[in-house]
Design a protein around this ligand. Structure first.
Ligand code: GLA
Length: 410
């Protein structure tokens, strides 16, 4: 009897799940899909809307052959520009037939065949930011479309959303995905405008906390249409107070990386170190077909990735800033800490850090490192070399925009 009632109830609520924002909200995201920050590749930073089947296949091939996949990068995400300008007669989304002549399913099968996962982009508004069909009013239909296609990740943007609110719109899509039944990582991209860290945990697995990244160290790039993109240091500095909202399966997303794009290798190292310290999702945004061996070495540094993927999932924080030198710290599992010295200035600096002068306290998560009570072994993660212990001062030279990232083990 009970079973019959349950089936009936599901049937009725199923009917209620039509398109739009009007039905009762319930349910929530698929839990447990991103217990460590998701890693992969996203097309937007380098390619914008100039994407096609050949690019996806070549990127998937290189993700595997270069060692990126072995290092942990496993999502290939196509951002804006994958769709045709119109839905089909049934209202379904259509892949651009010129860019994807064999359809999206063929591309997804290829990526899955390589042992990788696949993601797509859409937007909560009536159109995407680049003017392709948005999902507003088609949430449940699009969710079924994605589930049927077999995607594993959906990035959901926030352009052209006049008249709707972010918590409602993202909850609707989260419920639609859940109802469609295929576990799909749900990536909220509303740029931190509506404090997604306050309501996003039951809704999505990660959420952007800022406007778009720009391939520079610390600049603001002003677009003519009156919005800005940000150098990675600017993004790292934004929203200092929200680290307590980030953790396993609900990550603050500092945006796709610009490693291998327009900065030099030193700045790329600093960028990667910070994204690891911040427990940010790690989506590479470069052209794999032109990747230098230096870029590959940065993106696949195992020790840095282990800092990012540490199972505690704690977002690090800036502990000290003095005279252009910054010290960022991140509590890790088993009493370890990651420490990054960063030279933000334009001149070389000498580091002479007396550990014993400091007790590092993580006020949000309750971790503490007291170097008078505990001696830590030090490993330099970029040099992949032991570097003594915390009984002695840490002494090093550091060039402009460079980083030294250490793992401390008690
Ligand atoms: C927004 C997002 C970007 C990218 C573009 C696509 O700007 O923040 O990450 O997805 O839209 O149009």
């Amino acid at each position: 009897m009970k079973k019959i009632i349950l089936v009936l109830a599901l049937g009725i609520s199923g009917l209620g799940f039509s398109q739009g924002n009007t039905h009762t909200q319930s349910g929530g995201k698929f839990e447990g899909l991103a217990m460590t920050p998701p890693m992969g590749w996203n097309s937007w930073n380098t390619f914008g809307t100039s994407i096609d089947e050949k690019l996806v296949k070549e990127t998937a091939d290189i993700m595997v052959s270069s060692g990126m996949a072995a290092a942990g990068y496993n999502y290939i995400v196509l951002d804006d520009g994958w769709m045709a300008k119109e839905r089909d007669v049934n209202g379904d989304l259509v892949a651009d037939p010129v860019k994807f002549p064999n359809g999206m399913k063929a591309v997804i099968d290829y990526v899955h065949g390589k042992g990788l996962k696949f993601g797509l982009y859409n937007c909560a508004g009536i159109q995407t930011c680049a003017g392709y069909p948005g999902t507003r009013g088609y949430e449940y239909q699009d969710a079924r479309f994605y589930a049927k296609l077999g995607i594993d990740f959906l990035k959901y943007d926030w352009c052209n959303t006049k008249g709707i609110t972010a918590p409602e719109a993202y909850t609707t899509m989260s419920n639609a995905l859940k109802t469609a039944g295929r576990p799909i990582v749900f990536s909220l991209c509303e740029w931190g405008d509506n404090q997604p860290w306050e309501w996003g945990k039951p809704v999505g697995n990660l959420w952007r906390i800022s406007g778009d990244i720009y391939p520079c160290f610390d600049c603001e790039f002003k677009h003519p249409e009156n919005w800005s993109s940000w150098g990675f240091m600017k993004i790292a500095d934004m929203r200092k107070d929200i680290r307590k909202y980030s953790g396993p399966d609900h990550w603050n997303d500092f945006d796709m990386m610009e490693v291998g794009n327009e900065m030099n290798d030193t700045e790329d190292k600093a960028h990667f170190s910070l994204w690891c310290m911040l427990a940010s999702p790690l989506f590479s945004g470069n052209d794999y077909r032109k990747m230098s061996k230096e870029t590959l070495a940065i993106l696949t540094n195992k020790e840095l990735i282990a800092v990012n993927q540490d199972k505690l999932g704690i977002q690090g924080f800036k502990y000290l800033a003095e005279d252009g030198l910054e010290v960022w710290v991140k509590p890790l599992s088993e009493g370890n800490w990651a420490v990054t010295f960063l030279n933000r200035s334009e001149v070389s600096k000498k580091i002479n850090f007396d550990w014993k002068k400091y007790i590092i306290k993580d006020a949000d998560f309750g971790y503490e490192a007291d170097f008078n009570k505990t001696v830590f072994r030090i490993k330099d993660l970029w040099k992949n070399k032991e570097a003594g212990n915390t009984k002695k001062n840490f002494i090093a030279d550091i060039t402009p925009h460079n980083v030294i990232t250490l793992r401390l083990t008690p």
